[in-house]
Design a protein. Sequence first.
Length: 117
Amino acid sequence: MLAFCLLGTLPLELVLRVGVYRRARRLALTLLPVVPLFVVWDLYAVSRGHWHFDAGQLLGPRLPGGLPVEEVAFFAVVPLAAVLTLEAVRAVRGWVVGDEPPDSDPAGAEPASAGSR
């Protein structure tokens, strides 16, 4: 399912050129607060017996603490797909959030000429 999330949102990067993968620092700043938080949350929930993983549904490899690799991948892929979707909407709608470099336009619009400013 995670592969489908990535494959489903990859055209947003390729066709609309939203630049999510090109802005590694921005993507890292998005994922770094989320992934560790949910890893700790899951480790706690599993240790307390509130949550478990069906071994028949897993690929097998586990990280320290017993967390399946797929679970950590889920915590990275889902926010990545959300960011790709948000950036695609921004590109189509022309929304600017103010963190773009002054000489670039991630929304894909033509830059305004000097006389129109």
